[in-house]
Design a binder for this molecule. Structure first.
Ligand code: OOB
Length: 576
């Protein structure tokens, strides 16, 4: 057995690391910090450079609401359609914050938020931001296994859900998780609450929030795509995230006249902050929520709301490019289409402009921080052949070999980064942090890149054990651990296989136990699904083998497995 045992939850007792003692002394930190933060000299530098403006999300929304109360902030076309002005969003956030406080949700508490693209997402997160409670951003696709883990690991006090979304009843899942996780007191439901509490009933007369968050406090926990047995949580502060917003706004030309269409799931870092819905709100612009990213839903919204900018993952960008050729919708308001989350092929990138009539902007980002954009006025060849350059002059980029030696410009190697909006460590994960960060605080992205002479990054591959399914990240080890629980399975290795549409899909290579009854691929998929995992994590293909190819030192050679499945697929599609 060459697989590592499942990762167990790290206990708070093990938190103190040398890095985590570098907290600024003025900050009221718990005795054992939840995550390492920027050393004082870096924090000072980022403030002095004007990156960290000393704002919080709560104050930001209040300011926009005072300046332009009647401007539309959020358009939610679901049902009869809703349009909330900045004044209304601000007031709703105040009222919900008062209601949350009355129910005992306090500064620093964690609240798992799993909402689709609905207006209440913003009301909820701004109410929590105001209190200083931390939203934990779950995705709509997550199921029992992920949600239970988020609630347990973060010791969440509340969980916010829709009633039913995409045919799935979130209330049943919530009831199960609530019964199992003692810290979880409340489940708030957008829509029919069933046995839980309706979010609509929580609001109260606004109260002054005493002791709200400071700009350098944590604002929320974002999820990492990850490559480990369980997802890691990413602690982002008001200061650092707000910098990524206004930095993105400058690069993507988002201002108060912009209209941002949120087509991807709102909780993901890309549509949240690149420049995303929060960038748009920072600029005083309008956010339009698309319940689905498909052209039949999104194109009429672009026409009706005169959308100027949106962001898509590569597979959707391809679908839009094809649909634009025959649509009767007027897409002429769309100035910028951001594409990122996974590698956008040069060939596909060349098709966007002519088909949709907008400027393509490639974005290569990560929830841990660093975001790169091609610039709107870059030469066309740069836009279609690179994944952009960092937001900040203070984003430090290193491209290194396997021993952390810096490589010359143009050479392909591992991307390490450090900067004013890149975390210095995951939340409550000291053992993992020692591996994912260098001693001097560079984040090991797991991406394999090359730098061009003009400082642009080209993503060439990945060293982390992760499959990027069209922007949705699947950590191999997480799925392997689930499949290993099957009684007939002796060993398993998850690898990527090439796919025309998603770029990659997942293939599970399985070795059955000696003497076990043979099982069919569909039984493995069903097993994973029934363990309560998001559908995108169910292996796309299952191959049974007697043994795995091995590397020189006896580890499973995933490289050989990837080559084998790619060859098998080629043979299937190539006529003999
Ligand atoms: C975005 O964030 P995550 O956290 O879901 O995933 C980050 C990882 C990167 O490390 C890289 O492996 C991959 O996704 N990735 C790309 C890419 N953009 C992201 N790989 C190749 N080309 C690209 N353009 O995916 C994310 C966060 C903010 C903005 C955009 C994407």
């Amino acid at each position: 057995m060459t697989l590592e045992p499942p990762v167990t939850h790290e206990t708070p007792e093990t938190h103190a690391t040398p890095e985590s003692r570098t907290m600024p002394e003025t900050h009221d930190q718990p005795a054992i910090p939840d995550a390492p933060t920027w050393p004082a000299e870096y924090a000072e530098r980022y403030r002095a450079a004007g990156y960290w403006r000393g704002e919080t999300f709560g104050a930001m929304l209040r300011e926009r609401a005072l300046n332009h109360p009647d401007r539309v902030a959020i358009v939610d076309p679901a049902g009869a359609g809703r349009r909330w002005t900045y004044g209304q969003l601000d007031e709703r956030a105040d009222r919900l914050a008062a209601g949350f406080l009355a129910r005992g949700i306090a500064k620093g508490d964690r609240v798992v938020v799993q909402l689709p693209n609905v207006a209440e997402f913003f009301e909820t997160v701004f109410a929590l931001f105001r209190i200083g409670a931390l939203p934990v951003f779950a995705l709509p696709a997550h199921r029992e296994s992920e949600i239970r883990y988020f609630c347990e690991f973060t010791e969440a006090v509340a969980y916010v859900i829709p009633d039913v979304n995409g045919g799935f009843d979130h209330r049943e899942l919530a009831a199960k998780v609530r019964a199992e996780v003692p810290t979880l007191r409340d489940v708030f439901v957008v829509g029919d609450p069933g046995e839980h509490t309706a979010l609509a009933d929580v609001a109260r007369e606004p109260v002054a929030v005493e002791d709200g968050p400071r700009p350098d406090d944590l604002a929320f926990l974002q999820l990492s795509g990850g490559s480990t047995g369980v997802p890691k949580l990413i602690p982002r502060t008001h200061d650092d995230y707000i910098y990524s917003l206004w930095g993105s706004n400058e690069i993507c030309a988002v201002d108060e006249h912009s209209v941002y269409l949120c087509a991807l799931p709102a909780a993901h870092n890309f549509p949240l902050s690149s420049p995303g819905t929060l960038g748009a709100l920072y600029a005083g612009a309008r956010v339009v929520l698309a319940p689905q990213p498909s052209p039949d839903v999104a194109f009429p919204l672009i026409e009706r709301e005169r959308v100027t900018i949106t962001g898509l993952v590569p597979p959707l960008a391809l679908v839009w490019t094809e649909a634009a050729a025959t649509t009767s919708c007027d897409l002429s308001s769309l100035d910028v289409l951001l594409v990122g989350g996974a590698k956008f092929s040069e060939e596909a990138a060349r098709r966007v402009g002519p088909a949709i009539g907008c400027t393509l902007q490639q974005v290569f980002g990560m929830a841990e921080g660093l975001v790169n954009y091609t610039r709107l006025d870059d030469p066309y060849e740069t836009i279609v052949t690179t994944q952009g350059r960092p937001i900040s002059p203070d984003d430090e980029i290193r491209v290194v070999d396997d021993e952390d030696n810096d490589l010359p410009v143009g050479a392909t190697g591992h991307l390490l980064t450090r900067g004013p909006y890149t975390i210095r460590g995951y939340w409550r994960a000291p053992a993992h942090n020692a591996k994912s960060f260098t001693r001097d605080g560079f984040y090991r992205t797991g991406d394999v890149v090359r730098l061009t002479e003009d400082g642009y990054l080209v993503v060439e591959g990945r060293a982390k054990d992760q499959i990027n399914r069209g922007g949705e990240k699947v950590a191999a080890e997480e799925i392997e651990n689930h499949i290993l629980a099957h009684p007939a399975v002796h060993d398993v290795a998850i690898v990527s296989m090439p796919d025309d549409y998603l770029g990659e899909r997942t293939c599970a290579y399985v070795v059955l136990r000696d003497g076990a009854e043979p099982i069919r691929p569909v039984a493995v998929k069903k097993f994973v699904r029934e363990r309560g995992l998001a559908a995108y994590k169910v292996p796309d293909r299952v191959e049974f083998v007697d043994a795995f190819p091995q590397t020189g030192i006896g580890k499973i050679s995933k490289k050989d497995l990837r080559a084998a499945i790619a060859e098998q697929l080629r043979a299937q599609t190539t006529p003999r």
